[in-house]
Ligand binder design. Structure first.
Ligand code: ZN
Length: 429
């Protein structure tokens, strides 16, 4: 028995050596920021690389280089050109993807800034980058592939002297004592605070960090989540986009009323935003917005936003679960069309199902005598089931629990909890 256990341990050790070896074989110990334009309309996507530069950190896991979560609407992959080996991939979603469900996306072209941070390839490596999207069955379909030309990567040393005369001032709000490749690096970015708002900004950043580690499962995982904040100031106080707003030039382009939904607080200025965070280790970011008008937003591996008011804690935990763990909304009513998909196809999000491939979802957490679908009655309260009504639809989409943070801002259901823990662990291995 012990011998088997030992053999298993040796096997695991070799596996992890191999994985670290993969990182060292292909990548430098720093990050590569790739700015690209994602444009097109329904059915057509163009990905155009605009700018590549070295950054000081690649904050993700050095072991889990290949994304096997199947999260996100798009997939960015790196291949070693000669062997065609897949050496890195990451699922992402974006505002472009949500814009596609607007009526105008059927007839006009949208043009959105996007950014992906990957480990920086070694200079002598021939590397290709591929952009993929989902087909009608939610499988990956490659859209385009480019060679990464090392001559087009701006070296870190050149732009730090010219474009970045001073490093951002960073405050640590939750210190894990772990190295950056073995922790989640969550960066808070204050938006719409002037120098005169400094005291409020410090209070709000502190409060936001506490919100993030007070709700389960984040509370139990707080030794794995490093939270830092960047001290920065805006020229104008507050956030624009509201009907009676006096704010003329919203800080970093963050605005209410995105896609005509008042509470939807987002920015399209991704490149400006990454100029703020790209000098620090960053796996995920939260934009802390200086406004007491209810609002927020969160897109997978993109960013999350939140206003500062009496429901901020629930709003940010909910939005962060979208942006960090790729979880879907479990509610059935909505004032926007964003995210609506066909009931003929199994959605890729872990916490909703159309029953097309329910076996891939949370069947293992279901009691054998729980009916599918499960009636939302007292007998099945606080039990994992398959309850109709989720993803903005009252029919055809099902959720795992009667109540959840992703439905009505109550504690996370067991399925969402499991998904969040899985993602945190991926970053920390
Ligand atoms: Zn849930």
């Amino acid at each position: 028995m012990n011998r088997i256990k030992n053999a298993f341990l040796i096997c695991l050790t070799i596996l992890s050596f191999t994985s670290y070896g993969q990182y060292d074989k292909y990548f430098e110990n720093k990050g590569l920021r790739i700015d690209y334009t994602h444009s097109g309309r329904v059915g057509i996507d163009y990905f155009t690389i605009e700018n590549m530069k070295e950054i000081p950190f690649y904050a993700g896991s050095k072991k889990n280089l290949i994304d096997n979560t199947n999260n996100g609407a798009y997939l960015v992959s790196l291949y070693e050109k000669n062997s065609q080996n897949l050496i890195f991939s990451k699922g992402v979603s974006s505002l472009f993807n949500e814009w596609l469900s607007m009526e105008e996306a059927k007839r006009m072209c949208g043009n959105f800034e996007e950014v992906i941070i990957v480990p920086c390839p070694k200079k002598d490596m021939a590397i290709e980058i591929a952009f993929s999207k989902r087909d009608s069955l939610n499988n990956w379909k490659e859209v385009i592939r480019y060679d990464i030309d090392p001559n087009e990567i701006r070296p870190f040393e050149t732009f730090i002297k010219k474009a970045k005369p001073s490093l951002p001032h960073v405050i640590t709000l939750n210190n894990t004592g772990r190295t950056i490749d073995k922790r989640v690096d969550l960066v808070l970015v204050p938006v719409g605070y002037t120098i005169q708002d400094n005291e409020k900004m410090q209070r709000d950043l502190q409060a936001m960090a506490e919100f993030m580690i007070s709700e389960e499962p984040f509370f139990s995982l707080k030794d794995l989540i490093e939270i830092t904040a960047i001290e920065r100031y805006s020229l104008e106080s507050g956030i624009g986009g509201l009907k009676d707003s006096k704010v003329k030039n919203s800080d970093l382009g963050v605005q209410y009323n995105t896609f005509d939904s008042q509470r939807y607080l987002m920015t399209r200025n991704l490149w400006d935003l990454y100029d703020v965070v790209d000098m620090v280790a960053c796996d995920a970011m939260i934009l802390v917005c200086n406004s007491d008008t209810y609002g927020g937003g969160g897109i997978y591996n993109y960013y999350a936003t939140c206003y500062m008011g009496n429901k901020s804690k629930e709003v940010i935990v909910h939005e962060f679960a979208h942006s960090f763990a790729g979880l879907a909304d479990e509610y059935s009513d909505n004032d926007s069309e964003a995210g609506v998909t066909s009931i003929e196809v199994e959605p890729y999000e872990k916490n909703i199902t159309t029953l097309v491939y329910f076996s891939k979802k949370w069947g293992d957490l279901l009691d054998t005598n729980t009916p599918i679908p499960t009636p939302a009655i007292k007998e099945y309260e606080n039990k994992v089931g398959v309850f109709e009504g989720a993803s903005y639809q009252s029919k055809g989409f099902y959720r795992p629990y009667q109540h959840c943070m992703m439905r009505d801002l109550t504690p996370f259901c067991p399925v969402c909890t499991r998904s969040i823990i899985d993602i945190v662990n991926r970053y920390c291995e």
